[in-house]
Design a binder for this molecule. Structure first.
Ligand SMILES: [Zn+2]
Length: 166
């Protein structure tokens, strides 16, 4: 599929120029491409962040898994209304500095169309049900860990052990 084609290239071999071409050729409108582009950027920026922070020798499953989680969380933050995001009450985001969980941006999402929401849900479904070891199994293990321990603690654990907390 289109999504798989993009994702498997993972931007390691895909330049921004290539990306623009694929976007233009795709059946999605440029507007719809926003979600896909954003989710890929979230994934790739996480690779960059891991490098910058000195995370080394991660297995593909751990590295791609946590990157897919960032992609997924970004999509979620884009398409879900603030009230339904994660189990945590939204007030704890602002008040608690000790909270280690992912904190979605508090931007307004009033302008999102039904089609865009459906597309976002489709991408999230693709991420969650990916059958590959690195991306699919990696994501599911990472997502479970992040929901259980929070993003920061999961990342600390990865840094120390190279694996996900269970
Ligand atoms: Zn990747």
């Amino acid at each position: 599929s289109f999504f798989t084609e993009i994702r498997t290239k993972c931007w390691s071999s895909l330049s921004f120029y290539d990306w623009c071409i694929i976007c233009m050729k795709s059946k999605y409108s440029p507007h719809d491409c926003r979600l896909l582009t954003g989710s890929i950027l979230a994934h790739e920026l996480m690779h960059g962040w891991l490098r910058l922070k000195g995370y080394r020798n991660l297995s593909p499953e751990v590295e791609e898994g946590i990157c897919q989680v960032m992609s997924y969380l970004w999509l979620e933050s884009e398409i879900l209304p603030a009230s339904t995001r994660h189990a945590q009450p939204s007030t704890s985001y602002a008040s608690s500095s000790s909270s280690s969980s992912y904190r979605p941006p508090s931007s307004k999402k009033g302008g999102i169309s039904h089609t865009e929401k459906k597309l976002g849900e489709f991408f999230m479904h693709q991420i969650a049900n990916d059958t590959s070891t690195a991306y699919g199994d990696g994501f599911r293990t990472a997502y479970k860990a992040v929901n259980k321990y929070g993003l920061r603690q999961t990342l600390n654990h990865i840094r120390l052990t190279g694996g996900f907390p269970v």
